[in-house]
Write a protein that binds this ligand. Sequence first.
Ligand code: SAH
Length: 254
Amino acid sequence: MVHFVGAGPGAADLITVRGQRFLKEADVVIYAGSLVNLELLESVKKGCKVFNSAHMTLEEVTEVMENAEKEGHVTVRLHTGDPSLYGAVREQMDILDEKGIAYDSCPGVSSFCGAAAALNLEYTLPGISQSVIITRTEGRTAVPERECVQAFAAHGATMILFLSAGLLHKLTGQLLSGGYKEDTPAAIVYKATWPEEEVHLCTVATLEAVAKENRISKTALIIVGDAVLHNNYERSKLYHPEFTTGFRKGVKKL
Ligand code: SAH
């Protein structure tokens, strides 16, 4: 059995209770060494074999899983944040399917949730944005043309950019030509929830300069949109005294 487990964004106590239990029980752990907090590995049992996938190919990773399976061992594949986002998990699952090895997934706290926590943000503010666009600018991995940053920028919604902190010159051009304004609020969140977390508020126009000034080019999220400054949003209907829900009767003010 293989458990794909989300390690959370950084802080070791942000793994789920279930993920922590799987880790404690594992005979083999393969962790994404570039971003997983090593503190998490302190809880593995004695004799557990630990592999850093940063030095491995897909074939090597699945070979370790296959060998573990042959011995009746349980493997945890520990991915950063939530495995479903830029986690390269599907390709592993397809190989496990071919080999007839059972697996399941345990969600994790994605870094975009960690970044919201770092800024005390609500991404979906009434009257400002009711959508969160999670995307990236093109790097060595292509982005389908219809999903280019310019196309998404036209919505003016809250946008979160993964894997783009080293490409800010290009990104800023795309954000502006797509429709955000130069003074649209933005934030750079470096290593959200880690002890070395940094939060920098800026605007779309100053993203590149602020990142450069703070020597940030990786392990950061870029957040764009008016939700970052949260001025002039509308209060929620859900908690309005006049609004009736299945749990509470609203009362009209006379
Ligand atoms: N599955 C992960 C994302 C993996 S892609 C998740 O759900 O968070 C790796 C990218 O995620 C990094 O380049 C960076 O953009 C972002 N990232 C991961 N951890 C981060 C953190 N703690 N703070 C800021 N960005 C982070």
